[in-house]
Design a protein around this ligand. Structure first.
Ligand code: PLP
Length: 449
């Protein structure tokens, strides 16, 4: 039955009783019941519309119900809904080939999973097999997925709820230039430089025990952290020096979000493995990928790949990704990301001239964050790290007020995330900026009067 046959109340009631929602206490009604989406907008079951300035979970990069994308999935399901991952089928082969064309350097061979977490799980395990080493280095301000292994890599507080987790993860610090771990200016901060901090940790750990370093190229959920120029090159050099795999998690940043196919393209490096999901196919069918370079490829051609899933390389998911990438090429999506990203950046910086609580505006392309502070000089966060409930209210109130006005946003800690669909128009950016002006203005008045 279509989702328009039940009224709002009945949908919300049944959802509350029978569906477990991610990362939340159950037994409370969902924020809304949603009926449909189109382009950058979606509608609740009462007919109110919202500009999707999150692209849902930063995955619907081509927006809702893109006609070509829907059609490609329908075509595929008519022809072949599913075929086991052991067989060669054109749609899988064609997707693998197109990714190899788009990806720089020697990145050429992909394993297709059902999401980002599994892509990371496979990347780490493969790096362990190729190197014969047990441990992995991952950063604090990171989110890599919610399976036991991916949550062990994850540094954000969600990893506190992972039971014993998976052993062997060595944590290191983030190139967080707005709040350097050393308290020094970024230029003098050993963490922001990359190598000095990594070398120190490696000296204690023994580089011969480290299979991989995994980093979000541009950190998403945990603060929208853009590394300073030179950082990734430096990490790449350290990885090379010790024969460690560099895995870039581009589940959020990859496939156009930053205005390049991959975020690492901004810094001219090539990882040994890149993991992706979300924007790879705009989320129409669950899909993730790990794409590997020569070192892993050569090993895989002589050894078994010790991984698999019933739905590895699901034809519907592959068809959606293949079409998604072609749409991105045909519709010049990367250009739009740069143009609209520049407009969003300029608009936010203008707001920051008026509102003291906007401590930092940062991002690339349409991957933006605004970090809120009570005081620009001290940079005291508007809400403390890990704040929940009442402590998070100053941020959550902005999100709720934007929602009331028809703008869908999210915040994590003291950072508001702005990640609209990559098809967003100038008018839609301006619509969002107007609402942001209102809600940030009100929040600013609550702090500064
Ligand atoms: N890695 C990053 C950077 C992410 O942002 C996410 C999801 O938000 C994941 C991995 C996990 O992906 P999934 O939820 O598809 O397992």
């Amino acid at each position: 039955s279509s989702n328009s046959t039940w009224g709002t109340e009945r949908i919300i009631e049944s959802d509350m009783r029978y569906v477990i929602r991610s990362w939340s206490q159950q037994g409370k009604p969902a924020q809304a019941a949603i009926a449909r989406g189109e382009g950058s907008w979606f509608w609740d079951t009462d007919g109110k519309k919202y500009l999707d300035f999150q692209s849902q979970l930063v995955n619907m990069n081509l927006g809702h119900q893109h006609p070509r994308l829907v059609e490609a999935i329908v075509r595929q399901v008519r022809e072949m809904a599913y075929m086991g991952p052991g067989f060669a089928v054109q749609v899988r082969a064609e997707l693998g080939e197109l990714i190899a064309e788009i990806a720089p350097g020697d990145l050429s061979m992909s394993f297709f999973t059902t999401g980002g977490a599994e892509a990371n799980e496979n990347a780490v395990r493969l790096a362990q097999h190729v190197t014969g080493r047990p441990k992995v280095m991952a950063r604090y301000r990171s989110y890599h997925g919610a399976t036991a292994g991916a949550l062990s890599l994850t540094g954000d507080p969600r990893h506190h709820h992972n039971g014993p987790g998976v052993p062997g993860v060595v944590r290191f610090h983030d190139p967080y230039t707005y709040r350097t771990p050393s308290g020094q200016e970024p230029e003098n901060c050993p963490v922001c430089q990359g190598a000095p901090h990594l070398e120190e940790v490696l000296q204690y750990e023994d580089p011969n025990t480290i299979a991989a370093i995994i980093v979000e190229t541009v950190t998403g959920t945990n603060g929208l952290i853009v590394p300073p120029d030179g950082y990734l090159q430096s990490v790449r050099e350290v990885a090379d020096k010790y024969g460690i795999f560099l895995i870039t998690d581009e589940v959020m940043a990859g496939y156009g979000r930053t205005g390049e196919w991959f975020a690492f393209n901004h810094w001219g490096i090539v990882p040994d493995i890149v993991t992706s999901a979300k924007g790879l196919n705009s989320g129409y069918v669950p899909l993730g990928a790990m794409t590997v370079g020569d070192r892993a490829r050569q090993w895989l051609n002589q050894n078994k790949f010790w991984g698999g899933q019933t739905y590895a390389g699901h034809p519907l998911a592959c068809a959606s990704a293949l079409e998604s990438l072609k749409i991105m090429q045909d519709e010049h999506i990367l250009e739009n990301v740069r143009t609209q990203g520049a407009r969003l950046d300029a608009g936010l910086r203008k707001l920051a001239e008026r509102y003291q609580i906007m401590g930092d505006v940062r991002g690339k392309g349409l991957f933006y964050g605004v970090e809120f502070v009570t005081d620009r000089a001290t940079r005291e966060p508007l809400v403390p790290f890990g704040a929940a409930g009442a402590a998070a209210a100053p941020m959550q109130r902005m999100v709720a007020e934007a929602w009331e006005k028809g703008l869908y946003l999210s915040a994590n800690n003291n950072v508001l995330r702005l990640t609209p669909p990559l098809i967003i128009t100038e008018d839609e950016i301006d619509f969002a900026l107007e609402i942001l002006d209102d809600v940030i203005g009100a929040a600013n008045a609550r702090v500064h009067g």
